[in-house]
Design a protein around this ligand. Structure first.
Ligand code: CTP
Ligand code: MG
Length: 247
């Protein structure tokens, strides 16, 4: 008979970079504090992460100078016993994640990094990513097939290449890592002088560690431009309808 291998998820820290300016959204405030469906993107993101049931502590990188108000905005969202720390973010997403990583409680062994801007990522996606890391992968990212044909172009708009679309994935967050690998990847990036790599898996790849893609979710899209706010509002309206209809 096959032995039953029980995978215990170690203490899981949720790191939320939320310090960006939201220039492409253009709402005159840091994007993570902008509200859809009556709550800030950050509150939605924290709720989803904690609703997964796997997160034992949360560290948020807040817009510069707003750590105290962000702390009081989200402390009521945390389940009893979960730790919350809020730090000032940095000038790049990478610097914000680095600042938050430095505040993770000592017991954390698995880290989920999740953009506040992907505010509607379902709770189950956090659990899936954490389970994949607990199951033995050092680095796990959710991803979806791309619908557009992508072209690599040069500075004058000339097409250089058309990668085979079937081999491409648009990656999302939460991205999950063993703490050791993620800390090493950030440390090495700093040493190399890389300071603006757009996702954490990209840093992990650069230290030669394999990264695995698992199925992502359409609702884990990133609120980036004004049209994304309309999509987020529509998703929230549809979720409310589903809850009201259920017995
Ligand atoms: N982020 C961060 N610190 C930064 C830049 C970005 O914590 N210095 C966070 C954002 O708050 C967001 C996530 O990283 O949750 C993804 O970044 P993005 O969608 O680019 O958000 P912004 O940088 O805020 O938007 P823009 O690039 O349009 O200014
Ligand atoms: Mg940005």
């Amino acid at each position: 008979m096959q032995p039953i291998v029980e995978v215990t998820v170690a203490a899981v820290g949720l790191v939320i970079p939320a310090a960006g300016l939201g220039e492409r959204l253009g709402v005159g405030m840091p994007k993570a504090l902008f509200a859809v469906g009556g709550e800030s993107l950050l509150v939605h993101a924290v709720r989803a992460g904690t609703a997964s049931g796997v997160v034992t502590s949360v560290v948020v990188a807040a817009p510069m100078g707003q750590a105290a108000s962000v702390h009081s905005m989200i402390e009521r969202e945390l389940p009893a016993g979960a730790a919350l720390r809020v730090v000032d973010g940095g000038a790049t997403r990478q610097a914000s994640v680095r600042a938050a990583l430095a505040e993770l409680p000592a017991d954390v062994r698995v880290v989920l990094v999740h953009d506040a801007a992907r505010c509607l990522a379902p709770a189950a996606l956090f659990a899936d990513v954490a389970a994949a890391v607990a199951g033995g992968d050092d680095a796990v990212v959710p991803g979806l097939g791309v619908v557009d044909t992508l072209k690599e172009v040069g500075p004058l708009g000339e097409v250089i290449a058309t990668p085979d679309r079937s081999r491409l994935r648009a990656v999302q967050t939460p991205q999950g890592f063993t703490r050791e690998i993620l800390e090493r990847a950030h440390h090495e990036a700093l040493r190399r002088g890389d300071n603006d790599v757009s996702d954490d898996a990209g840093l992990v790849e650069r230290i030669g560690c394999p990264v695995r893609v698992i199925p992502g979710h359409a609702e884990a899209f990133k609120v980036t431009r004004p049209l994304d706010v309309e999509l987020a509002e529509a998703v929230l309206t549809s979720r409310r309808g589903t809850v009201e209809e259920s017995p």
